[in-house]
Ligand binder design. Structure first.
Ligand code: ISE
Length: 334
């Protein structure tokens, strides 16, 4: 079976997913697109031989759309995810599931009304071979209990429309999710520290930021968010456990020698750094949809990450450690 996908919001991320589906993902094709910018939707549709719909509601209702991918900006996610769930269609929603935990609750309510999981959230790091190996080593028990996790998330630059809250809701959310997934426990408190700001930040953005998280069992996590480092997309992670540590390496497979010395190049964006992870997450989603199943990060994961983000945004303004408040996990997500 070929899964016929309708994509809402084919911006930069959406278009890279379209390329991926056309070139590397088996069993799927994008048959419909819609965008707030109607002309953009028509242009993309023409390029890939899909239908353009003037509204997301019409795309979701289209009889030849089996499943929906939502790649629009975060604030637009909730209504479209809920509409797709109400229509009984599987949804792949790019992160964040929604910018606030309360919007994520609306999505979980829709799934509970439907009586089944239909939503998969695009937390692609869970599919990265480095993080997967780190989790395998931890769960094997070989290095004992986890104690500390150091994370760094660096971007070369961000656009002018990147707002201060996006450093949390759009960037740090990846580190928050990977910590929950790796340690299989929830984050309970968040503090946000603000080091000296780089002169290369646009406007009044606070950059870099340091998040200090602690988890249910007391694991201590530091996350450096630095989104204007001017040189590379650089994601670092080091897990410190009782009898060993596991650290991500850079993903390059060759080193080059020349007049400047010996070394490897660094990735410049998330598509390059996490190419294998994006392929794996989409292939798994397509295969699950084809079998009438729902796998991958759930709405609960989207909600839990958003709850930590809400607390982090409060922590910046309160200049103090803040507790994460979450509802009890509904049975559907246990
Ligand atoms: C972007 O939306 C991503 O998801 C990238 O992985 C992240 O590094 C970047 O900061 C975000 O804006």
């Amino acid at each position: 079976m070929t899964v016929r996908i309708g994509m809402i919001g084919p911006g930069a991320m959406g278009r890279s997913h379209i390329e991926r589906i056309r070139r590397r993902i088996a069993g799927a094709e994008v048959v419909a697109v819609s965008d707030l910018d109607d002309e953009h939707a028509r242009t993309v549709a023409m390029q890939i031989g899909a239908a353009a719909y003037p509204t997301s509601a019409e795309l979701i209702a289209a009889a030849d759309v089996d499943a929906v991918m939502i790649c629009s900006h975060g604030p637009a996610h909730r209504d479209d995810v809920v509409a797709a769930v109400d229509a009984g269609k599987p949804v792949f929603c790019e992160k964040p599931l929604a910018p606030t935990a309360s919007e994520c609750l609306d999505i979980m309510d829709a799934e509970q009304r439907a009586g089944r999981r239909l939503v998969t959230v695009g937390f692609m790091r869970r599919f990265d071979p480095g993080y997967v190996q780190m989790k395998d080593i931890l769960t094997s028990g070989e290095i004992g209990e986890p104690l500390i996790f150091h994370s760094a998330h660096r971007n070369p630059a961000v656009p002018l429309q990147y707002t201060p809250d996006m450093a949390i809701n759009d960037t740090a959310i990846h580190d928050i999710d990977i910590v929950r997934w790796l340690l299989a426990e929830e984050v309970t408190t968040v503090r946000v520290d603000t080091p000296r700001a780089t002169r290369h930040r646009p406007g009044r953005l606070q950059d870099p930021l340091i998040l200090i998280l602690s988890t249910t069992s007391g694991v201590w996590v530091d996350v450096e968010i630095f989104v204007n480092n001017q040189h590379a997309y650089d994601v670092q992670g080091e897990l410190v456990a009782e009898t060993g540590t596991v650290r991500l390496t850079d993903q390059q497979v060759v080193e080059r020698s020349g007049t400047a010395g010996r070394g490897h190049r660094l990735a410049m964006d998330h598509n390059e750094r996490f190419a294998a992870a994006f392929d794996a997450e989409l292939q798994q989603w397509v295969a699950a949809v084809a079998h009438g199943e729902c796998t991958g990060p759930s709405s609960w994961d989207g909600y839990a990450a958003a709850s930590v983000c809400d607390a982090a945004v409060r922590a910046i303004h309160a200049e103090a450690a803040t507790s994460v408040s979450m509802i009890e996990r509904p049975a559907l997500y246990r």
